[in-house]
Design a binder for this molecule. Structure first.
Ligand code: PLP
Length: 388
């Protein structure tokens, strides 16, 4: 038996047999993925991006497991997430990607957090705050090399060397972010690397970071001083045109609430969007879009159609969804599974085996990132490993 541990922090404990779904989270696989990524980054310092509740798996569980594996630097999106990370990683460097919001300096200082400064205005505010504190507070500076979202422009980045404000705080990191690193042949990758190099070269001795998960695997090896993976840590494939080098971290099982036969020419679910052409056996799972399982996985058509829609593994056999995903329920066509092999109360696999997070995302017309970060709060969460 594997050791199971229930989450205690942000989500109340839910007994497995009382939950509509059970989320299995393998913290050993998470730690192992971090080591794999560090190896692929040529051994440079490797951080972990743990924004959005560590891509849905739980920041209070993920951060200690990664710190135990040797990770010393974490990135989150929000200041509130950084405070949660700090509570479980007292010594780590913690960066807030979304930058400095006006007036939040004292909170950064109180919890020893580092903003990722994304504009000259933010740099000015951090410099002023550092002067007022009479301390060289640490921060990162983000240079935008193509995303047009956050960060200084490259020309602004090239003038930083002449800025007096840079003397008022410690620039612990210079960073930028790839637009399409998962497309290994996209010419934008090289353009971004070159623009980033130019800014880095103008600031001698600066510590630099560019690569997200997919960036680590680019043939140009843009590893610089620090790699910054997120998705791949959680088992997502950073190399979509090749086999996934990562271990699966997340598994999801949904519970069968009922089994029934649906006669030919009857429909299943809201709005009657799926028609049984022959008599079909339907399993109704106690999981729905209120659990973050995307409604865009709905199967609208007829029994036997090849639809791009959700699937479940029932007694190990792939079974297609039937009809619309509803708030609390998903209906699955299990006609092809021998009747004796499936019964009320059984669990079926919604994420696991060939139903990887990437595949579940594809079947929902989205990306695995969205599947992970929407993982719901009604599931029982069973954590494995992570204690060293
Ligand atoms: C989310 C994020 C990452 C991690 O990206 P993945 O594709 O999940 O590895 C790295 N850097 C920045 C700036 C991010 O916003």
């Amino acid at each position: 038996m594997t050791k199971l541990r229930s989450q205690t922090n942000t989500i109340r404990e839910i007994p497995e047999n009382a939950a509509g779904g059970v989320l299995h989270i393998d913290l050993d696989a998470l730690a192992s993925n971090w080591r794999i990524l560090r190896g692929n980054a040529g051994g440079v310092d490797t951080a972990a991006v743990v924004k959005a509740n560590a891509y849905g798996i739980g920041i209070e569980q993920a951060v200690p497991a990664l710190a135990h594996a040797g990770c010393r630097t974490f990135f989150v999106a929000h200041l509130s997430e950084a405070i949660r990370a700090r509570a479980v990683a007292s010594d780590a460097a913690i960066y807030v990607l979304n930058g400095l919001l006006p007036g939040t300096g004292p909170t950064y200082a109180e919890f020893d957090l580092r903003p990722v400064l994304g504009s000259l205005e933010e740099i000015g505010e951090w410099a002023a705050f550092s002067r007022a504190q009479d301390q060289k507070l640490k921060a990162a500076i983000h240079v935008d090399t193509g995303m047009n979202r956050l960060g200084l422009t490259v020309p602004q980045g090239l003038t930083l060397k002449d800025s007096s404000e840079l003397k008022d705080f410690e620039t612990a990191l210079l960073m930028s972010h790839f637009v399409s690193a998962e497309e290994s042949d996209n010419p934008l990758n090289i353009q971004q690397i070159e623009a980033f190099q130019a800014v880095k070269a103008s600031l001698p001795g600066i510590t630099a970071s560019l690569a997200n998960s997919s960036g680590i695997f680019l043939k140009e090896k843009p590893h610089f001083d620090l790699a910054r993976p997120g998705y791949a840590l959680y088992g997502g494939n950073p190399t979509p045109d090749r086999d996934n080098p990562m271990r699966a971290v997340v598994g999801l099982e949904g519970r069968i609430a009922q089994l029934r036969w649906v006669e030919a020419d009857h429909t299943v679910g809201y709005n009657g969007r799926w028609l049984a052409l022959t008599r079909r056996r339907i399993a109704t799972l106690s999981v729905g879009y209120a659990d973050g399982y995307p409604r865009s996985s709905s199967a609208r058509g007829k029994s036997g159609d090849e639809l791009l829609a959700g699937m479940a593994l029932v007694a190990g056999q792939p079974c297609p969804f039937a009809g619309n995903v509803s708030m609390d329920l998903i209906t699955v066509d299990v006609t092809d599974v021998p009747e004796t092999q499936v019964k009320r109360g059984d669990t079926v696999t919604l994420i696991g085996g060939d139903l990887t997070v990437d595949e579940v995302g594809r079947r929902a017309g989205t990306i695995g990132y969205e599947i992970l970060t929407n993982l719901g709060s009604r599931y029982a969460r069973a954590y494995r490993g992570g204690e060293g």
